[in-house]
Design a protein around this ligand. Structure first.
Ligand code: A2P
Length: 401
């Protein structure tokens, strides 16, 4: 082979959140220094595990090269080198291009590179960076789980004033906690899904909302989890917060009013689904698209937005609230409830207007997949085939943490 398709990270777009390195199963295939995150061409096996989780898309860059760029070269980049024109290389252009595409096809098989829904609006991304963040003002911070329960979940409203921060349902943003870490470096950006629709938390205001759960310090000592969530949950009205983003260009709401949207979540994973549901509520029921929510929490009093959810009509939102800690022997997860709605889900799985979104705890991913598999088995359907089609058509999106 006279060339290779090299996987590279765009240093201009990358927010250095470490997600790619965390998701890479091969030790050393992705590494970083204080400047850049880089891919080791000798180790990368094109498994693509890093592609979908990247919040900015910086990870999804490729160059056709005869000699791979070294780590040293990549560390020095402020921007990616321009693509080499095929006409500049030796050999026949078409043969080279075909071979490169074949390599990429193989690399993408089962890769989790999922396009956005066909009718999603075009998102804006990376308008604000860590070096040049937007400064939002806290317009409100409300607890949305019952006082006294263990789950302190907040609905936080941020106002962007005259700064441009356009978002779509499903997108996220980055929060820069103030101060520095033990090494004197700024804290890593923490990502949060936006829980308000595109026209603002308050319609036609330049604001948005986040759904943040307080995580106790010390629960995750090594990763310093809890630092950002405590900062966020303690914010007072009028405080200023540094924000990066917006991020996300695939986990997006279909605009088509005929699209069926099936949302599966636990805890604060509800954030993007609150945005999608609110979008549909504000638009009114204008199409044939169903909106269905499977939402798992410890109990009703610890389920974020329990009150507002009760007020939505069944026609607007078909909701299944599932509780795991309401009494001995009654533990139920989202994936268990899916089986109780098996025939409805089977029908939706066969409908090409259906879109499925999963957001929440990592552990639910396998559970949800197993339930889809079981539902398909019971209904004489081939889950593997359906899954492949859904992914290829941007109709199955998973965001777990
Ligand atoms: P559990 O009671 O077993 O912790 P949290 O309140 O921690 O944010 O969790 C949200 C909900 O997700 C809880 O009801 C929790 O149940 C549930 N949960 C935990 N693990 C899984 C899993 N693997 N699949 C689905 N739900 C889960």
């Amino acid at each position: 082979m006279v060339f290779m398709r090299q996987h590279l990270i765009d240093p201009e777009v990358c927010i250095r959140c470490n997600t790619c390195e965390e998701n890479c199963p091969i030790e050393g295939a992705i590494e970083h220094n204080d400047d850049n995150y880089v891919v080791n061409a000798a180790l990368c096996e094109y498994c693509m595990n890093c592609i979908a989780p990247c919040p900015t898309g910086a990870i999804n860059n490729w160059r056709n090269v005869r000699q791979p760029y070294s780590l040293e070269q990549q560390y020095l980049w402020d921007e990616l080198p321009a693509s080499i024109e095929w006409a500049d290389t030796e050999g026949t252009t078409e043969a080279l291009e075909e071979e490169a595409n074949q390599i990429l096809d193989v690399a993408h098989q089962g890769s989790g590179v999922v396009p956005a829904p066909a009718t999603a609006a075009r998102p804006q991304i990376n308008l604000w960076s860590q070096g040049s963040p937007a400064k939002a003002i806290v317009a409100g911070n409300y607890r949305i789980t019952e006082a006294g329960t263990e789950s302190d979940v907040r609905h936080i409203i941020l106002d962007f004033g005259s700064q441009s921060f356009p978002v779509l349902e499903g997108q996220s943003l980055g929060v820069i906690p103030p101060g520095v870490d033990d090494n004197g470096k700024p804290h890593a950006v923490r990502l949060y899904s936006i829980s308000s629709p595109r026209d603002g938390e308050r319609p036609n205001y330049n604001n948005l909302s986040l759904t943040v759960k307080r995580i106790a310090y010390g629960e995750h000592d090594e990763t310093k989890k809890g630092l950002a969530s405590n900062y966020m949950c303690d914010l007072q009205k009028g405080d200023e917060v540094e924000i990066t983003g917006p991020f996300g260009s695939t986990f997006l709401m279909p605009n088509d009013a005929a699209a069926h949207i099936v949302m599966l979540c636990t805890g604060t994973g509800v954030a993007p689904f609150r945005a999608m549901t609110e979008r549909r509520r504000r638009m009114g029921i204008v199409g044939s698209g169903k909106t269905m929510l499977f939402f798992g929490a410890r109990s009703a009093s610890e389920l974020p937005y329990f009150g507002p959810l009760q007020k939505l009509s069944g026609e607007l939102l078909d909701q299944e609230l599932v509780y795991s800690r309401v009494g001995a022997g009654t533990k139920e997860y989202v994936q268990d409830r899916m089986l109780k709605r098996a025939s409805d889900l089977a029908e939706l799985l066969e409908d090409e207007d259906s879109h499925f979104f999963v957001c929440g705890l990592k552990g639910m991913e396998t559970g949800v997949e197993n339930s889809f598999k079981q539902i398909c088995l019971e209904h004489n359907m081939d889950w593997d085939k359906i899954r492949t089609t859904l992914l290829a058509e941007g109709r199955y999106h998973i965001e777990t943490y």
